[in-house]
Structure formats: C-alpha cells, structure tokens
Design a protein around this ligand. Sequence first.
Ligand code: ZN
Length: 140
Amino acid sequence: MSVLDELYRETLMRHYKHPHHYGELEGATLEVQGDNPSCGDRVRLMLRLEGDRVAEVRFVGQGCAISTASASMMTDVLQGKTVSEALRLARQFKAVVVDGTPPAAELGELGALAGVHKLPARVKCATLVWNALEEALSAR
Ligand code: ZN
C-alpha cells in the first residue's frame, strides 16, 4: 500500500469512527432518506436552508465505512454553500467515484474516496448520501 493509500484509509476510518455533524437537526427545512440495499446502508439527511444557502446539514443512519465517511465529509464541505455550489460539488464528487476523475481541491477530504471508482460494487455506498442531497435540493 502506498503512503497516499494509507493516508486515505486513515482519513476514511477517522470519519467512520467519529462522523462529523451526526445527529438530528432541529428546524430542518429539508429531509430525505436514502437506502442502498446492496450493502445495507441507510442514511437520513437533514438540511436547514437560509435563503439559497446551506446554513446547517446533519445526518443519521447506519452504514459501512465508505457510506458513513462520505456523508461525514460531505457535511463538512456543504456548510455555508449555496444550493448551486452544493449541486456542483455533488456532480464533481460523482465524477470522481464513478468515472475516476481526479478530485478537485474544493472537495477537500472527499478526495480520500477517489479509489472507490476501482470498486464498482462500492460506488453506491459513496454516492448514497449525495443522491439524497440532490433529491432533497431538487424537491424544494
Ligand atoms: Zn456500503
């Protein structure tokens, strides 16, 4: 395993063991549930929008390391973003894990999930919470 792979693995496990922004969100304006039956991942994403901006985002659920870390890292990058910025991040992240596009700097620690595109069975784990995000934002 390369040093970079190890670093990525450490980042992933850190978010899995201690997910950021985990728990119920009081006053959520959007809420959506996502399921990935192929792995057993379940996530409920809650957002509080102020105008066009993501003021707060939290999630709860049960999932594997990849789905949990993806949700945790996503909540880190979404805080304060506009809806269109959030949707752009979703497209960028999916291009990384689905097509193997190199991660842009603005994805932050989410770049640690870049290797997922080599594991087709796990792509849905990584994209679960992002699909939930797109569903929530398009339903508003
Ligand atoms: Zn999974």
